[in-house]
Design a binder for this molecule. Sequence first.
Ligand code: UD1
Length: 330
Amino acid sequence: MVQNFDDTTVDSDSSIRPSWEGIGPKGKSILVTGGGGFIGSHVVDSLVEHNEVRVLDNFTSGFRSNVHPDATVIEGDMRNEAVLEEAMAGADIVFHEAALVSVTKSIEAPKQSHEMNVSATVDVLDHARREDARVVLASSAAIYGAPQSLPISEDHPKNPMSPYGLDKLMADRYARFYHEQYGLETVTLRYFNAYGPRQVANAYSGVVSIFIDQAQNGEPITVEGDGSQARDFIHVSDIVQANLRAATADVSGEAFNVGTGNSITIQKLANVIHSIVDSKSEVYYREVRSDDISQSRADISKIESMLGYGPTVDLQTGLETLSPENKSVK
Ligand code: UD1
């Protein structure tokens, strides 16, 4: 897919057709952990029409208002055995999206990251074993650390650079272990840089939501370093697509990258957002983040060939639909 980021004209009619339409499980009992969060709530939206969907969330970082009204909400902490048992009872499929997602937070609180990203995942896998439920697990590109070669394939060396990356690597490996040791059906999805509606803009969130928020408020757009670092930004609609395919494919014990196979520099991202939002903001360069990864781009050939996945939302369109003039994708 070739993208022309010099042409940043806003098309106010642009909208995104959900890339998950027509695929995914039907007639199942499904649990989405973290179903009030950014990614989990979109997974719920894609499932409620054809399935009985439960959401387990403690709403510390997610929001009740994100949860589709047709889903049943269990409010509680997934680390609480009784709560998890209630949520998992009778489930056919679990989408495990709940996590302590921020790299920064994990550095501030490694123990909490370990509890939420590793221990809770082992609990989910263990309950899934009892229920014989299929588990689709949210992992992360953070497990690879600074890449030695691009694009990053699933067998690239893993050198995580934060407790978050370490914990996600462990969760990722536990899913494989549960498949190999106990025959549990698991699929692990390694998200690259996710963006889209409902991504909250704060000090712990992704750069797209931060830049859009800054541009809309006329505040400086804060590029860290010289902006030459690049990322593979994946729209949440395509992350949902990957989840639905992972839930239904005749594949188990495997891990897949979920990205686009393209990358854009942070400098260019700032310019595109500035132009789309038609902002009065200026781009402001500040200190480079310590331990920042300079380049990241997914090799998506495995997920394309084994799950039939393909990214459908190009970055320009995805960003346009996030600007205030266009609320067509919710
Ligand atoms: C992100 C995710 C992480 C995930 C990983 C997968 C977030 C917060 N982090 O980390 O959970 O595991 O991708 O690869 O979503 N930047 C600026 N200005 C800002 C904010 C950020 O220039 O105001 C730059 C950063 O220095 C970095 C890039 O933007 O170079 C991306 O930062 P960020 O969105 O935090 O994501 P990652 O660090 O890639």
